[in-house]
Ligand binder design. Structure first.
Ligand SMILES: Cc1cc2nc3c(=O)[nH]c(=O)nc-3n(C[C@H](O)[C@H](O)[C@H](O)COP(=O)(O)OP(=O)(O)OC[C@H]3O[C@@H](n4cnc5c(N)ncnc54)[C@H](O)[C@@H]3O)c2cc1C
Length: 399
């Protein structure tokens, strides 16, 4: 049995950032992660072909100058010099397998008539559909803009709270407006995980949690046992709910009310000389079998191009392969390397603010149980790090 001050389940950015705050406060901290690598949705596999290494993003891909809490950790980890700009290539629509600009598909008259609502309408209490259809017009929302919103969490977003989709935050002026990192976002996850004092146990799924004699005891599918005074759950809500079933049924039930969607992502790497598609940041194809194709063209490479197809769930491999080759205009033999990945993203709705208030009430007297993840203030990376920071502060606050 390994004893800790804090044990964290889940090695995505939520768990990693919380671990960082804990070790810097001198606490003995372990992360238990189901996958063989840390990062969760920070997933940047790399592959070497013909002596050339290439990485591409299977999950998160863009950070912003407003990600202050993330940047604070990046700075303290000494990797500000790994921040790199994203090339200015367009976000596009795919209509009948032809790339179109967003503007070309908008009804400009409708947009002009609706746009003044931007200065009148508040997002609070409105869904994405009710807010944005007034800003861009019903037709523009239905035919164009809604597909961009759906591409963000790879699911329908009509009912998401408008104020949780795109937040305005104070920007840092000394950092690029949008950027990525030299080795992809997973490089950041690996650096945080390597912070002195963080113990990481990969390839172990936590299967049960008990609470006895003032300590949590966690067991993993691989037979590992860990104990700690403080437990942090940094997993999808359904996993956190299951793990808390015996130790705190009220919080488990509360977490169990949330819904989430799976993103079935397939990433492919192709030789640059084999593909004629013009450079894009992403392609969104309304009513297709995928929500988006995110490209590595934002960090151009001399030899390769990479594309992550974020598919709807339940498709067979043949359907996915056919769509990938049709969209890219290459045969399977030209795919140098491919990767698959399932990520979980929350499905938020208008009642989420009330859910959050109840969460705070349930956690009030529970300083030894911290909950973080992408289903609190929003699913952006900065929302996750901010949640971890506020949970850390709650733990440290004098009683
Ligand atoms: C395709 C995609 C693109 C995105 N793009 C962006 C973007 O460009 N910019 C942005 O700001 N945000 C983006 N996001 C959102 C953001 O990346 C995520 O919300 C965030 O990374 C989630 O981090 P997390 O640590 O909360 O969860 P996750 O990254 O999901 O990590 C949870 C971890 O818990 C582990 N786990 C689960 N069960 C167990 C168990 N029983 N035992 C041990 N470990 C367990 C999982 O393996 C996983 O590693 C994107 C998300 C996706 C999916």
């Amino acid at each position: 049995m390994m004893y800790n001050d804090v044990v964290i389940v889940g090695g995505g950015i939520s768990g990693l950032s919380l671990a960082y705050y804990c070790v810097k406060a001198g606490m003995k901290t372990s992360i238990i992660e189901k996958n063989d690598t840390v990062g969760g949705s920070f997933c940047s596999p790399s592959y070497t072909s013909g002596g050339n290494e290439f990485w591409f993003e299977m999950g998160a891909h863009t950070c912003y100058s407003s990600y202050r809490n993330l940047l604070d950790i990046v700075e303290k980890c000494g990797i500000m010099d790994t921040i790199i700009p994203r090339a200015k290539v367009p976000f596009t629509l795919l209509i009948d397998d032809n790339i179109k600009s967003i503007v070309s598909q908008l009804n400009l008259f409708e947009l002009l008539v609706s746009a003044p609502n931007l200065f009148k309408l508040k997002k609070t209490g409105l869904s994405v559909k009710s807010y944005y259809s007034k800003i861009v017009g019903d037709g523009n929302y239905r035919d164009v803009i809604s597909h961009f919103f759906n591409a963000v969490p790879s699911q329908p977003t009509d009912d998401f709270p408008a104020d949780m989709m795109f937040k305005s935050r104070e920007k840092r002026k000394d950092v690029l407006k949008n950027y990525t990192f030299k080795h992809g976002l997973q490089g950041v996850a690996r650096t945080i995980a390597a912070t002195k004092g963080i113990n990481v146990f990969n390839g172990q799924a936590v299967s049960s949690v008990e609470f006895a004699n003032g300590e949590y005891v966690l067991r993993t599918t691989g037979g590992g046992e860990y104990s700690a005074k403080t437990l942090v759950l940094a997993t999808p809500s359904s996993v956190a709910s299951k793990l808390l079933r015996d130790v705190n049924p009220d919080i488990a039930n509360h977490l169990g009310q949330l819904k989430a969607a799976q993103v079935d992502s397939v990433g492919v790497m192709v030789k640059k000389s084999d593909i004629s598609l013009k450079p894009v940041a992403a392609m969104i194809s309304p009513n297709d079998v995928f929500y988006s194709v995110v490209s590595r063209d934002t960090v151009p490479d001399e030899h390769f191009r990479g594309f992550a197809f974020h598919f709807k769930t339940g498709l067979d491999d043949a359907t996915k392969r056919k769509r990938i080759t049709d969209v890219l205009g290459v045969s399977m033999s030209k795919i140098v390397h491919s990767e698959s990945r399932l990520n979980t993203v929350p499905s938020l709705n208008l009642g989420h603010h009330q859910w959050l208030e109840k969460t705070d009430t349930l956690l009030k007297e529970k300083k030894n149980l911290l909950l973080t993840g992408n289903f609190f203030g929003g699913m952006a990376i900065e929302d996750c790090v901010s949640r971890s920071l506020s949970e850390f502060n709650r733990m440290k606050m004098p009683a």
